[in-house]
Design a binder for this molecule. Structure first.
Ligand code: ADP
Ligand code: MG
Length: 262
């Protein structure tokens, strides 16, 4: 299995606190990799370091074999790695459809706007194709009726779905999702699980941080467990239930979940 993302010995301190401490893990191409751990474990900081939003003190991040640590976020996203934040981000004043049309990562975005204004019939046809594609994706996410709504007016769950639709539109090589279920109505959970599995079908590998362990169990191929800035365990979700370090880190959270399922 090819490692799409290789993180080696990554560290980040805030004053005296080692938020991420010699973290090493990989995410394989074509897989959904879970990143779990208690609050404050360093998951979001690790994502910030990988995606260029923070600069690591030490360590390397290889994306498709190229070093990306310390590069600006827009450069990393143009290479095909995009990430979401714990709170959805959208262009609030633009419509849902426009938000999708702008969701390209490799320069096609600029080409899209040029083609709208441009004189060439071929360019106009390409732009029209993108609108058709965006509408199809919105339809899949049951968002088509909201296409002319300003994205800023949507509910938290709808904004999350728009974000997922934008990822489908962009088709990056890798998407990193930071707690996509946070603050989302559980009714949306099933659609979000389907959407995450759909990313992989579409050629987008996934790294997902999520506290909802049934969701993690359902969608992931492999799970990395962090605690106090370090990776303490790694493996398929099932293999982690009986791992004492993991159970200890969660202070019994995982066994409670087992009980709930039985
Ligand atoms: P997680 O996402 O796993 O909950 P975070 O990466 O957000 O954890 O945080 C890891 C640790 O780093 C926590 O103790 C948090 O308080 C601390 N931390 C995160 N960001 C900052 C910051 N900008 N300044 C100082 N401390 C921070
Ligand atoms: Mg976090």
């Amino acid at each position: 299995m090819t490692a799409l993302l290789e993180v080696h010995d990554l560290s980040k301190h805030f004053g005296g606190l080692a938020a991420v401490n010699a973290c090493t893990f990989t995410a394989a191409e074509g897989q959904i990799t879970g990143l779990i751990g208690p609050n404050g474990a360093g998951k979001s900081t690790a994502i910030d370091l990988v995606s260029g939003f923070k600069i690591p003190d030490t360590g390397t991040v290889l994306f498709e074999g190229s070093q990306v640590q310390g590069k600006a976020p827009h450069r990393i996203s143009r290479m095909g790695m995009i990430r979401t934040f714990q709170t959805p981000r959208e262009w609030p004043a633009l419509t849902v459809l426009e938000n999708l049309l702008l969701a390209r990562w490799d320069g096609r975005r600029e080409r899209f706007w040029r083609s709208v204004r441009g004189p060439s019939r071929a360019e106009k046809a390409a732009a029209a194709d993108q609108v058709v594609r965006a509408r199809n994706i919105l339809d899949e996410f049951s968002l088509l009726e909201l296409r002319n709504e300003r994205a800023g007016n949507l509910s938290g769950g709808q904004k999350r779905l728009v974000e997922f639709a934008r990822i489908r539109m962009a088709q990056p090589r890798l998407v990193i999702l930071d707690e996509p279920m946070g603050g989302v109505n559980p009714v949306l959970g099933e659609r979000m699980a389907t959407a995450v599995l759909g990313f992989v079908t579409d050629g987008t590998s996934v790294v997902i941080v999520e506290h909802n362990l049934p969701f993690i169990e359902r969608v992931t191929d492999n799970v990395i467990v962090m605690s106090e800035g370090r990776v303490i365990a790694e493996g398929p979700f099932d293999s982690l239930r009986s791992n004492q370090d993991v159970v200890d880190a969660y202070l019994g959270e995982m066994p409670t979940y087992d009980d709930a399922v039985v």
